[in-house]
Write a protein that binds this ligand. Structure first.
Ligand SMILES: [Zn+2]
Length: 118
């Protein structure tokens, strides 16, 4: 009989709607949420790649894309040439200077103009 009384007391509480979530339920919710998030990122990832391809193709048509062959690793690179977008001389695949300039030399002085750094 004691159990019956206990249940009555619990359900009589005002914040009955705040159902206590057990550890098991919580981990189930988290794992389901994680799966959904992973799925969203998967979808988004594919879209971002598509979007990037579209933007890059468009920019190339507009002549706003530079094709650079890295002096270090000979990798072919596409670099957007857009006003307000900082241009990097660092190769995305080898991390070296794509023009083979180890330091600030006269050759990359021109490129340095667009970078607002020292
Ligand atoms: Zn490289």
């Amino acid at each position: 009989m004691g159990i019956v009384i206990f249940i009555t007391v619990i359900s009589g509480e005002k914040d009955m709607s705040k159902k206590k979530v057990t550890q098991e339920e919580l981990s189930k919710i988290i794992s389901e949420f994680g799966n959904e998030v992973a799925q969203v990122f998967q979808i988004m990832g594919a879209d971002i790649v598509r979007l990037q391809t579209m933007v890059y193709n468009h920019l190339e048509e507009e002549g706003k894309m530079e094709r650079i062959v890295c002096a270090e690793c000979q990798g072919e690179l596409l670099r957007p040439n857009i006003k307000g977008v900082e241009k990097s001389d660092d190769c995305p695949s080898c991390g070296k200077d794509v023009f083979g300039n180890k330091q600030s030399t006269f050759e990359n002085w021109d490129a340095g103009l667009t970078n607002e750094e020292e």
